[in-house]
Ligand binder design. Structure first.
Ligand code: FUL
Ligand code: CA
Length: 499
């Protein structure tokens, strides 16, 4: 007679299956005796968690900074504002989300509460909210309007909830952590799926101001529990601030960087992606993840860069900045320097006092989108003959999941592209498959002129996406030389374009 397997045995088998699937992790511990080669091998095998991968592939996301500051014409409110001044005359969150969508943006984040403490949703935690305003006779909910519009248009939805709160009377006491948890709980349970939670590190209290110890760990656990797919950004475990608010990321941008506070005991309880702490260490210098840095590390994490910038000088809308909206050319430059440097762009588009996005912003966004489409619609290398045999078609199939990978022992590679005829191009696109790991350390693009190979462009890291602009080149034979890589490199896509 066949004995029924015990529940315990089934449970044990299930766990085994889960663990074997999780061979890929978004962290690695470095042991004291690890050789240089072993550390490099570990770094090359760190990969994004599912939520980090989804977020990276969005490429373009938007912020909507809107709130009491929109009506006081300020950037930072002091929390003493009268909710009676919050009175948008024609608020239309569908217009906001559609504006973003028409610009090619895939996810938006609403400032549910900025530093002034004014809540854009009718919270039970404070009277300092839209419920106390004349807008819709106190029956309105901006967060809901945005969430509903996102769902209607198939756009990701995220919330910004400022830890620093200049209105809450409990700020500076233990009770504030309960207050914050109550606010988060409302936001994470009332509006359906939340894709990103953005915690700002800003605090202007100064040396004599209120001191608040944030119970981040409790907040992270709550988010993982209520919205497991949401990435937690900036003061959080999943996404790192690139380090400036200019829109320009690093030339060399590693998504795998040291995290010296990664605790082996915490890791034993699960993978880093579900461990609820923010990696610590140097996050703003020029070099975060070079060999020199990782060789000194105690642990490594996948902690990718988000590049936030406003389409206007300020984060909130000011009529006096209507003629200072970033031009399509400037937005393009930012695109190449954020998305094109292994980052995700978080572009702020602040709605005005009417509660709509101003026509100047819309015009520039649409033009920017058109110009992007013009550049990237035709890959001039498409179906070029290469020296890669069968795997070459993966480079041009517009499918990120299919990729070329060099032989296991190769940490350099030369890929020859024989274009069908002479073409003129001035933009290079490279994408590594980060589901395998970020590996490429140095590359050069060359073209053949007579008998000579001449450099057109060169760079260091690639990561999820690398874009480089260069002087126009006309050639039939082109080659990409990967000069250095951590283990064998991959390429999901290769592109040559003309601006
Ligand atoms: C900063 C804040 O102080 C600004 O007001 C804005 O929200 C920006 C995105 O982050 O830290
Ligand atoms: Ca591909």
């Amino acid at each position: 007679m066949i004995k029924k397997p015990s529940i315990l045995l089934i449970f044990a088998l299930c766990r085994l299956a889960v663990f074997s699937q999780q061979a890929k992790e978004n962290f690695a511990l470095i042991q004291p005796g690890d050789s240089e080669a072993e550390i490099i091998r570990k770094a090359a095998n760190v990969t994004p968690s599912e939520r980090q991968l989804r977020w990276q592939q969005l490429e373009l996301t938007a912020f909507f900074h809107f709130g009491i500051n929109t009506f006081t014409d300020k950037e930072w409110g002091d929390g003493k504002e009268d909710p009676a001044i919050f009175l948008p005359t024609a608020l239309d969150a569908q217009q906001w989300v559609l504006t973003a969508k028409n610009a090619g943006i895939k996810q938006v984040i609403i400032t549910a509460k900025h530093h002034d403490g004014f809540c854009l949703w009718p919270t039970a935690t404070t009277h300092h909210s839209v419920a106390s305003s004349p807008w819709m006779k106190g029956k309105g909910d901006v967060v809901k309007e945005v969430a509903d519009a996102c769902r209607a248009y198939g756009i990701g939805f995220g919330i910004y909830l400022s830890p620093w709160d200049r209105n809450a009377s409990v700020y500076g006491t233990d009770a504030y952590n309960d207050f914050f948890v109550a606010q988060l709980t409302e936001l994470l349970t009332r509006y359906g799926r939340v894709d990103e939670v953005w915690f700002d590190g800003a605090n202007g209290e100064g040396p004599n101001g209120k001191k608040q110890v944030y119970d981040f760990e409790r907040w992270y656990k709550l988010i993982r529990n209520l919205q497991p797919a949401a990435t937690i950004a900036i003061m959080g475990p999943d996404i790192r601030w690139v380090g400036t608010e200019s829109g320009y990321g690093r030339e060399t941008e590693w998504s795998v960087i040291p995290a010296d506070n990664l605790d082996p005991a915490a890791i034993a309880s699960g993978s880093q992606q579900d461990i609820t702490f923010k990696p610590e260490g140097d996050m703003t210098s020029d070099d975060l993840g070079s060999r020199e840095k990782i060789l000194k590390a105690k642990a490594l994490v996948w902690y990718p860069a988000e590049t936030d910038v406003s389409i206007r000088p300020g984060w909130f809308y000011h009529a006096k900045e209507d003629d200072k909206v970033k031009t399509p050319g400037k937005l393009m430059d930012i695109y190449f320097s954020s998305v094109g440097r292994n980052g995700v762009l978080l572009l702020n588009i602040p709605p005005d006092k009417r509660g709509v996005i101003h026509e100047n912003d819309i015009a520039n966004l649409i033009e920017w989108k058109k110009e992007r489409e013009k550049i990237f619609s035709v890959n001039l290398a498409h179906k070029a003959f290469t020296n890669l045999h069968k795997r070459d078609r993966f480079l041009f199939d517009k499918n990120y999941d299919t990729y070329w990978i060099s032989r296991k022992k190769d940490t350099t590679a030369t890929i020859l592209f024989n274009l069908k005829k002479k073409k003129t191009f001035d933009v290079l696109l490279l994408q590594e498959n980060i589901q395998v790991g970020q590996r490429i350390e140095r590359f050069v693009l060359e073209y053949k002129n007579g008998n000579q190979w001449i450099e057109a462009a060169s760079g260091t890291t690639v990561g999820y996406k690398r874009l480089i602009r260069f002087q126009p080149v006309t050639a039939k034979k082109v080659r990409l030389r990967i000069l250095s890589s951590r283990l064998n490199p991959t390429l999901s896509e290769f592109g040559l374009y003309k601006q």
